[in-house]
Design a protein around this ligand. Structure first.
Ligand SMILES: [Zn+2]
Length: 286
């Protein structure tokens, strides 16, 4: 997503709040449907398994992808009739995010896929479950949701950069009515300092097998090559096993060595690891 797309999406989110007269946080997502010309249906997917399975089948066909898990699905968006369907089983904060994400598809007139599906795995990723065909559209919908629910002005007023991220994540989540995962994701991606958030998607006490979502600040992306990030992720898999914060060194190739400090949060079946640079040693130059 380039800079001008971001600016455009941010102003669409602002316009939408303006049209609906929303001036406070948590943003009332439920009143925004008609300004986006969408209709909304809500079900408890666990109470209506056959309806939910059918929706999921449509989404799987649209995404040409089998790995969508019903229990993790927050909602769907049907482009043709601009219809949003939400899962009442998802917690309120999670559902608000899913709702805002689907409104994003509508406002941005996404239609490359007939059916879009957002799941809890997508809260932390820059891409969604329907990645293969529509990764860019998913990034845009996530960006829209973030700018809709966590408006720039309120954000600048309320966020404290120097506070521990695990504490700040909870506070920001409450304030804006989003889950801790989303709050952390935004704290990291909007940060002016090098920060990175990595999800280890395993149950507590189990050995993590893979790294899930990863979100970076721009400064972090400048410093870390893919190789350096891969070394860091290997360290983090071990961290997920022992389940406690720690410090370690990661080589940044020619640039030097970074001492990484981690902060750990457990939410929604995931360890969320926030990585920050505690100290940096350059390789001679300077
Ligand atoms: Zn989506």
């Amino acid at each position: 997503m380039d800079y001008s797309t971001r600016i455009e999406i941010e102003s669409l989110a602002r316009e939408l709040r303006g049209k609906a007269g929303v001036t406070r946080v948590p943003v009332e997502v439920d009143i925004l449907d008609r300004y986006c010309e969408v209709t909304r249906e809500e079900y408890s997917f666990s109470n209506h398994p056959s309806v939910a399975e059918k929706l999921l089948r449509l989404a799987r066909d649209a995404a040409k992808k089998g790995s969508l898990f019903l229990e993790k699905v927050i909602g769907f968006y049907f482009a043709e009739d601009r219809r949003v369907i939400l899962n009442l089983d998802a917690g309120e904060k999670v559902r608000r995010w899913g709702h805002a994400h689907e409104l994003g598809h509508a406002v941005l007139d996404h239609a490359s896929q007939g059916v879009y599906c957002v799941s809890q795995f997508d809260l932390l990723r820059d891409v969604s479950s329907s990645v293969i065909l529509a990764a860019e559209e998913e990034r845009e919908a996530n960006f829209f949701a973030a700018r809709l629910l966590l408006p720039e002005k309120e954000w600048a007023r309320s966020v404290q950069e120097e506070v521990s991220l695990s504490i700040e994540g909870k506070r920001i989540g409450e304030l804006f009515g989003v889950s801790v995962s989303v709050a952390l994701r935004e704290l990291v991606s909007r940060s002016r300092v090098p920060r990175c958030l990595i999800a280890l998607p395993r149950k507590r006490g189990h050995r993590p097998v893979a790294v899930g979502g990863i979100t970076r600040s721009d400064k972090w992306a400048e410093l870390f090559t893919p190789a350096a990030e891969a070394r860091l992720q290997t360290e983090l898999l071990y961290l997920g096993e022992i389940g406690m914060p720690r410090l370690f060194n990661v080589s940044l190739g020619k640039k030097g060595t970074a001492r990484i400090q981690t902060d750990l949060v457990y939410e929604g079946g995931c360890f969320l690891v926030v990585c920050e640079i505690n100290a940096f040693k350059s390789n001679g130059e300077s």
